[in-house]
Design a protein around this ligand. Structure first.
Ligand SMILES: [Fe+2]
Length: 420
């Protein structure tokens, strides 16, 4: 019997997770952990995290434990194929045997991609576009998070921006496999205190997008629901406080747990179209990943509600705005209202059109110098963004089927619409 004719994903693929140290003080185990993993000369990959002192402290710990360090601090936000290839060349030229990534998703994703290139004799990273079966052995990798957002230190996937196909229209693609899973993760809220309020909010919306997307994804992985719903509870409880007071230790710890659990949930469940829109816009305009998710969350959730009221009802319970006796549609509507309120409370811009150019991503390339803020004025531009989002891997697991027309409507809402 052809089961696939009746069930979209009859067999769930559960991806591995790295062992992890999670909690305050875990970063002090960086040197001994790298030593236990057998690291001798490591390529440390980061965006630099300038002004925080984090990179210098962690490099010092590695060196104290006898590990030689080669520093690559040229990772850009929304990491480019060129960043990946530069890292690979540095790794080979210096005879490194291991990778250490320090930062948010950009540092981890770039490192995961560089490991794939290095394991394949330096082939261009874009040759592995959309390949989710990168299971070959790769160089060991210690991933240290400095944001409560990404989940990349936990997941098997990574995202790269392709700048080669059309210099004026860079695109993003996702790939992954067991060879991309970090060898070990270190998640320590002590490293998050220096993250400013606005970035705390943006990264927190990434966490919420991971948890919601994993819970409503049609992959319906059995490993997703528990961690996803707990992550949503923790976001509702701690994200407003962490944003309002970045030095609140309880809120930082709560968000650390939330991001780790959300990473577990989407690792095997995939995501929804919130990420598709964020990926498409950030590929062209270098917008912040979490901020893009915060903007896309309301229109995509409104669109998806009718596909699975029961799932959104449970999200409403996790957000604390419904209980198990609330009728499903009312609880789902309450979940949507709570999402809108959270985004407004966190001062997430109403749409992409309100954003200034995102300067962090313009370092070194000038790729986005003339891009300006995303706009809905040019129908060709909107169509290109919608097509990019529709082809994104996250659109295939969205709970409500998408067409170019419906995605174009969603993209227009994200570009110029308002949440409430
Ligand atoms: Fe994300």
């Amino acid at each position: 019997m052809d089961v696939a004719r009746y069930l979209t994903f009859p067999i769930k693929q559960v991806h591995p997770l790295p062992p992890a140290l999670v909690g305050p003080g875990a970063h002090e185990m960086v040197g001994s952990s790298a030593q236990q993993l057998g690291f001798a000369r490591s390529l440390v990959m980061t965006t630099g995290l300038r002004g925080t002192g984090i990179v210098a402290e962690l490099v010092g710990q590695l060196e104290h434990h006898g590990i030689e360090v080669v520093l690559f601090d040229g990772v850009e936000s929304n990491p480019k194929d060129t960043n990946v290839m530069d890292a690979h060349e540095l790794f080979v030229a210096n005879g490194c045997d291991s990778f250490v990534s320090i930062g948010g998703g950009s540092a981890h994703d770039c490192t995961k991609a560089a490991r794939i290139v290095t394991a394949n004799d330096g082939r261009l990273i874009n040759e592995f576009k959309s390949d989710l079966n990168l299971h070959q052995p790769t160089a060991p990798h210690l991933a240290i998070t400095t944001t409560a957002g990404t989940g990349s230190e936990t997941s098997f996937a990574f995202v790269v921006t392709d700048t080669t196909t059309d210099p004026d229209r860079p695109s993003k693609w996702t790939a992954g496999g067991w060879g991309a899973v970090a060898t070990m993760a270190i998640c320590d809220p002590v490293l998050h205190y220096s993250l400013p309020s606005d970035l705390t909010a943006y990264c927190g919306m990434d966490v919420l997008a991971h948890a919601i997307g994993a819970y409503v994804s049609i992959l319906d992985a059995p490993t997703a629901a528990g961690p996803a719903l707990r992550a949503i509870e923790l976001v509702a409880q701690h994200l407003p406080t962490a944003t309002a007071n970045p030095l609140n230790s309880g809120a930082r710890s709560g968000m650390l747990d939330a991001q780790y659990l959300a990473g577990i949930s989407f690792n095997s469940a995939g995501l929804d179209a919130i990420h598709s829109i964020s990926h498409a816009v950030s590929a062209r305009h270098a917008t912040h990943h979490g901020l893009g998710n915060g903007i896309a969350m309301a229109p995509v959730t409104a669109f998806n509600l009718s596909a699975c009221y029961d799932r959104y009802a449970r999200i409403g319970v996790a957000l604390g705005v419904a209980d198990h006796s609330t009728p499903a549609i009312a609880a789902a509507d309450a979940a949507f209202a709570a999402i809108v309120r959270l985004a407004n409370d966190l001062e997430i811009p109403q749409n992409f059109g309100q954003l200034p150019a995102y300067s962090k991503s313009q370092v070194g390339l000038g790729l986005y110098a003339d891009a300006g803020a995303p706009s809905a004025d040019d129908p060709t531009h909107v169509d290109e963004l919608a097509q990019h989002a529709l082809g994104d891997i996250c659109s295939f697991t969205n709970p409500r089927s998408l067409t170019l027309d419906t995605m174009t409507n969603l993209m227009n809402e994200a570009l110029v619409g308002t949440r409430s």
